[in-house]
Design a protein around this ligand. Structure first.
Ligand code: G3P
Ligand code: MG
Length: 263
């Protein structure tokens, strides 16, 4: 089950732009990517924002947790300066802005729900509700004509947090879900499969570094889409595709573009 593009720009523009910003989304799009992965968590007033780390400090100057700041405070923070002089003043991006950009440019979204610890259910719920409202026309179109094309117009949620995905399932069952795990062997496929069933998930997302061809076979035989992160060489991309991996995200959006892989 993978009706989506095979090549996905990680965190917006991979290594070429500040992660999880509009500049990053613009960069991935300018390189010809029609699919993006980004991370979403909540501000203190419950607004979904694009952000990878639960604390300030790495990509945004400051201290404390993201959810100790309101959306207005976060939007005023610089998420580009750490990356390079040309990105000074690039603000933290709201999820709403990211959805609007992606719709405008025909970009498919893998929305990674990345809650601050302790806020899993709330984050899954709010992100799902906001997505449901934004994609109401696409959902209606899919209900009217349920096929791969209308389905692929919907985003895909993923998360390492099963609680966040459960909350998203309750709030927006129509938006498909994928479960994220670092290493399939940690739990084992036989333990993961019931979780995918419970979530009514369509995909499993995993770190390609731990993946084996036997795992790929088992997942594909069970009918799930298989997505890998984060693949940064052409050789590894080709290898896991030969194994049967459906799609992957990359930081090296330049490399796959230059080698005409994404067309
Ligand atoms: O969604 C795949 C990948 O982005 C998960 O890892 O840490 O880059 O969000 P991370
Ligand atoms: Mg991510």
């Amino acid at each position: 089950m993978w009706p989506y593009p095979k090549f996905v720009a990680h965190r917006g523009g991979g290594i070429l732009a500040p992660e999880n910003t509009l500049a990053g989304l613009r960069c991935g799009w300018s390189y010809g990517y029609h699919a993006v992965e980004f991370d979403v968590m909540l501000s203190s007033d419950g607004v979904p924002m694009l952000m990878h780390d639960p604390i300030l400090g790495r990509t945004v100057r400051g201290v404390g947790k993201i959810n100790e700041y309101t959306a207005a405070q976060l939007k005023a923070m610089d998420a580009g300066a750490w990356f390079g002089a040309e990105f000074v003043g690039e603000p933290i991006c709201t999820y709403q802005q990211a959805m609007e950009f992606c719709r405008q440019h025909g970009i498919w979204m893998n929305v990674e729900i990345k809650p601050v610890e302790g806020f899993e259910i709330e984050t899954g719920h709010v992100v799902a509700q906001e997505t449901l409202a934004f994609f109401s026309a696409e959902i209606a179109a899919h209900i009217e004509r349920p096929d791969a094309t209308t389905f692929a117009n919907l985003p895909l949620f993923s998360s390492f947090s099963i609680d966040a995905l459960r909350a998203a399932q309750v709030a927006a069952a129509a938006i498909p879900r994928g479960y994220l795990v670092d290493d399939i062997a940690d739990e084992g496929w036989s333990n993961l499969k019931p979780k995918l069933e419970e979530l009514d998930a369509i995909t499993l997302h995993t770190n390609h570094k731990h993946l084996s061809p036997a795992q790929v076979d088992a997942i594909k035989q069970a009918g799930y889409g298989l997505f890998c992160y984060t693949v940064n060489t052409l050789e590894r991309g080709s290898e896991i595709q030969r194994w049967g991996v459906d799609g992957f995200c990359t930081d090296r959006i330049d490399l796959f573009k230059e080698n005409n892989k994404i067309m």
